[in-house]
Design a protein around this ligand. Structure first.
Ligand code: AHR
Length: 633
């Protein structure tokens, strides 16, 4: 039998309330085609091929023409618009395919909006939703168009649910119209905000009780070249004016090309801060430090040209926190949020390395500290958890006295099981650690074979017991990437999988959720000993102040049930009934899928405590959390 001894009256480190958080990047259709609920792809004909996502519809008797023009546009920022011209012999028009289809649900309302002007004749415009099988789900007609641009809106109510519907725009009658900015959003977005976020995806985030939300990535921060970097100021313009940028994941992996992947920034920095506020997560933006992705061009901004990049960081802080009377705080107020967003952390660069990074980081830290000494600065420690780049950077970070170091790791489950003691001997005198991107890879990094199985999830849970035990040095951690669309992903594994209608929470998701929901306030010294136990077990314990509970986490990745004797030393009477939360499955290979999303779910039950010490049977292939009420002597 294994023995777990927990000193309940010797609390160790205070655990950062924001310890377990989220990493968001627009990868795998995470934002456009995902969290940003717009259902029309290339709504403003701004893609390099202006008709990407659109298909001409021409019944046999129809005579007409489609063209893309840019003279006298509705929007000077994206001048392309569509002209539909019909001889009126039959309906004639164009269809949008959405993001791998348009997901619509029967009984729900969808808000259509478009810009239109009449050119000739008096044709009507039929707007219809067609199911994948060709059935009409809904159709309405707009008519009497002015000769200048005007916005028209309508509410569509599809008759049936379909994950791959299409939106048709058909001219009825002879004549011509100009069309631009064709948009369709579910009315039921998160908090019912017009033009908002997909409610079920945000709900999945909210249910994780995240301590922070890192944004916008990831490599997307850097850009493969500097002109493709993420520029936050562009994302707070009126939505029609936000730029279009080719998504770096459009072309990054030759084995997973996604030629229709572009960033519209409909989910921009205002929406990001608002999302953080909605789900109770501290904002953690990562800003470009004057370096493009070092896996790509590695393009550098010269040191004497770095100031605009530093100013972007300073302005972002003002946008988040400045008074409504300040320049950037005023822009936030004008967008509807006069109160500050309470930004306290900022990451400088993502996966950077080498002396060029240190030079630029030093310039950023000096300038930001001078104006905003209260902002915690996070430095990137490169892409690997241990290599020459990593070894070069850490001493430099100590010299620069950065607050937090962002470490990343994508590796086999064995790495996570083997590294549960990684932080036991870390230098406590320097910066804290943000384990800012990690995920166990069932095959290998960037392999398309990687899956979100239980083995990976349990290896992450085992590793997280090590992070938790070392909460005095490890301040935060986040799994990456967050979202993937089943028909448009580039990177696997991912925490949450979606299609156009539903969301799958992986076992890895439940591990994150369990740690966040059962965090505790203080670490408790925990010792595991065993006489005859053959398979490794991982454990950590914390104390929850409010409920006066000891929270014990035990990971048993092995095939056999384990009897564990748990001794809570230093505690007074232990209450008879505890709560046990168990995430387990018959096999380590098991996954949750869109077809079977609930194969692996946490189960909660009462657990009877027979005394102190007491014995618990730990299920094979499991993460078990036990919440025991005690009174400290
Ligand atoms: O999470 C996917 C990618 O992995 C991130 O963009 C990058 O930071 C890391 O290499």
């Amino acid at each position: 039998m294994m023995k777990i001894t927990i000193d309940t009256d010797k609390p160790g480190a205070k655990i950062n309330p924001a310890m377990w958080g989220l990493f968001f990047e627009d990868i795998n259709f995470g934002a456009d085609g995902g969290l940003y609920a717009e259902l029309v792809k290339n709504r403003n004909f701004a893609f390099p091929n202006p008709l990407t996502g659109w298909h001409k519809l021409s019944p046999s008797k129809a005579r007409g023409q489609i063209s893309v023009l840019s003279d006298d546009p509705f929007n000077l920022h994206h001048p392309h618009y569509l002209r539909l011209q019909s001889q009126g012999t039959d309906v004639f028009g164009i269809a949008n395919e959405g993001f791998r289809g348009i997901g619509v649900k029967a009984g729900e309302a969808y808000n259509l909006s478009l810009r239109i002007r009449g050119q000739s004749g008096t044709p009507a415009l039929r707007v219809a939703l067609y199911a994948e099988n060709g059935a009409v789900l809904e159709e309405i007609e707009l008519s009497d168009f002015a000769s200048g641009w005007e916005q028209r809106t309508a509410v569509l109510h599809p008759r049936a649910t379909d994950a791959k519907a299409k939106l048709y725009l058909l001219l009825v009658g002879a004549g011509a119209v100009d069309i631009d900015f064709v948009s369709l959003f579910p009315e039921n977005t998160w908090k019912k905000r017009p033009g908002g976020l997909r409610a079920d995806m945000v709900q999945a985030l909210a249910d994780l009780k995240p301590g922070f939300l890192r944004f916008p990535g990831g490599c997307i921060v850097e850009g493969s070249e500097l002109d493709k970097r993420y520029q936050w100021k562009e994302t707070i313009r009126p939505v029609e004016e936000r730029p279009l940028l080719i998504n770096r994941w459009n072309y990054e992996f030759l084995h997973r090309p996604t030629p229709d992947y572009f960033q519209t920034f409909g989910l921009g920095f205002f929406e990001y801060f608002q999302l953080c506020e909605d789900i109770g997560a501290a904002p953690l933006p990562i800003i470009n430090c004057g370096m493009a992705c070092q896996f790509n061009s590695g393009e550098l901004v010269a040191m004497d040209e770095l100031q605009p990049f530093i100013q972007d960081a300073l302005d972002l802080i003002e946008f988040a926190n400045g008074p409504a009377t300040s320049q950037w705080g005023g822009k936030r107020a004008a967008m509807g949020h006069p109160e500050p967003f309470h930004l306290t952390m900022l990451g400088i660069g993502n996966e950077q390395w080498g002396p060029q990074y240190i030079e630029r980081l030093a310039a950023f830290t000096t300038a930001i500290r001078a104006q905003h000494p209260g902002i915690q600065l996070i430095a990137s420690c490169g892409p690997e958890p241990a290599d020459d780049r990593f070894d070069y950077l850490w001493p430099k970070f100590r010299e620069l006295k950065v607050d937090v170091v962002d470490e990343h790791c994508y590796a086999r489950p064995s790495w996570f099981f083997d590294n549960t003691h990684r932080y036991d001997d870390y230098d406590r005198g320097g910066p804290k650690v943000f384990f800012g991107e990690y995920a166990a890879q069932s095959d290998k990094m960037v392999s398309v074979e990687n899956v979100n199985n239980l083995e990976c999830a349990l290896s992450e849970a085992a590793f997280m017991t090590g992070l938790e035990r070392n909460a005095d040095i490890v301040a935060m951690a986040s799994y990456a990437p967050l979202f993937a669309h089943k028909d448009a992903w580039q990177w696997t594994p991912d925490l949450i999988w979606v299609d156009n209608l539903s969301v799958v929470r992986t076992p890895n998701y439940y591990v994150q959720q369990i740690f966040a929901c059962h965090r505790g306030d203080w670490t408790l010294p925990t010792e595991i000993s065993s006489k005859d136990q053959t398979q490794p077990i991982y454990a950590s314990a914390t104390r929850d102040n409010e409920g006066g509970e000891v929270i014990i986490k035990i990971v048993n990745p092995g095939d056999g049930q384990e009897e564990a004797e748990i001794a809570l030393t230093g505690s007074g009477k232990v209450q008879d009934i505890a709560t046990a939360i168990v995430l387990a499955a018959a096999s380590l290979d098991q996954q949750n899928t869109l077809a079977q999303p609930n194969q692996i779910l946490p189960e909660e039950a009462a657990f009877t405590i027979t005394g102190n010490p007491f014995v618990i049977s730990v299920r094979p292939h499991s993460l078990t959390v036990l919440r025991v009420k005690t009174r400290v002597r």
